[in-house]
Design a protein around this ligand. Sequence first.
Ligand code: NAD
Ligand code: SAH
Length: 425
Amino acid sequence: MVAAVPTPKYEVKDLSLASMGQKRIEWAAREMPVIKQIRERFAAEKPFAGIRLVACSHITTETANLAITLQAGGVDALLIASNPLSTQDDVAACLVSDYGIPVYAIKGEDNETYHRHVQIALDHKPNIIIDDGSDVVATLIKERQNQLSDIIGTTEETTTGIVRLQAMFNDGVLSFPAMNVNDAETKHFFDNRYGTGQSTLDGIFRATNVLLAGKAVVVAGYGWCGKGVAMRAKGLGANVIVTEINPVRAIEAAMDGFRVMPMIKAAAEGDVFVTLTGNKHVIRAEHFEVMKDGAMVSNAGHFDLEIDLQALGAKATGVKDARNFTQEYSMSNGKSIVVLGEGRLINLAAAEGHPSAVMDMSFANQALACEYLVKNQGNLEAKVHSIPEEIDRNIAALKLKGMGIEIDTLTEDQIEYINSWTVGT
Ligand code: NAD
Ligand code: SAH
């Protein structure tokens, strides 16, 4: 813990929560050996001296460990929430009062506050933006053209943010390098799949206490996240149905043993729904119409767009809070539909997001991508860049070490064999 730091400007729920936040941040650190090693190196090398950074991320114990690591590297950081419902208020309080890091994030903040915090983040005049969904970068490009020359680059955490950055590039408005953290193998193989797989179910359980065994669970989207949720729900005895729009992914789901069908059919069969597509209105008016009484709908994809809550609200005759993060909509057809976490990421709204062990790798990519941007300042094109393979491999090697797992290495003979074409069968 850093001793007696001055309190920065901030907007958090309650600074007296800081000591609980500190305990939970330290608990998370036990599962983050890669970040720990990066922090020790950063503390010695100070790669971010003189750099201002904004991180728009879920304010969790894992993000706190990333922020402390960047701070050890000498950065002047400010944090805002990347989702109105995902902030852990004790963590936000601890970062402000124990580490002197300005944080603007309160669990349950309204949309107006969320966007005001994005403006405050840009007022920090960042050189580097760590983004999660690309809201800060999009606002910068739309509204703060005068600050573009300050930017060294951005690093993007999630699939939808990468889609948005690529659209900015295609429109010719991306004027700085963007590091694609999401597509690093040590990110999406683990975070999107195993992280979302476990934490989404954790969110559904904490919100509802539902038994999944024997239930029909509809997973919309069989990408990295969808595969994780489908796999874990199956493991708990659910009868999993997958919906897709991509024929290859649909075949994959079928061959993984899941039933595949359009949402309009799945809607009539499902007990629990999870959307993980990055797309809008995947569950909409015609689907609500045919759902069973008591069907539960949730989202673990992007913001609150995947479920058309406006259409549901228009059909409903009443809404009541059934439990925390659980609202029951009464329909004119006499049935009720239960919406979890206001249609926002259920794993971060009702639970704590991904476990620290996977965020260790995601955030190692973030930390090393920021360092890469600084080291290569002025030499990177204004486009979306993959994380260099050596960074990805290095993170995997450090993670294996932390897990106490050893693997084989190629023999000289094998290296020669795989690099030659002359030896056949
Ligand atoms: P992905 O691109 O690998 O998968 C998305 C899948 O959804 C694709 O297979 C696509 O064909 C399918 N799809 C698109 N529109 C559809 C529709 N209308 N109906 C059915 N399927 C449809 O992406 P991913 O990495 O799995 O990420 C999915 C979303 O989850 C993104 O928005 C991402 O940002 C978000 N995400 C959330 C978390 C979390 O913590 N909750 C973690 C990682 C990613
Ligand atoms: N900001 C948007 C975009 C999706 S967020 C939204 O809130 O809807 C999805 C990202 O959250 C993932 O890529 C994942 O890396 C991140 N995430 C999941 N668990 C987390 C945790 N415990 N701490 C910080 N970030 C987390």
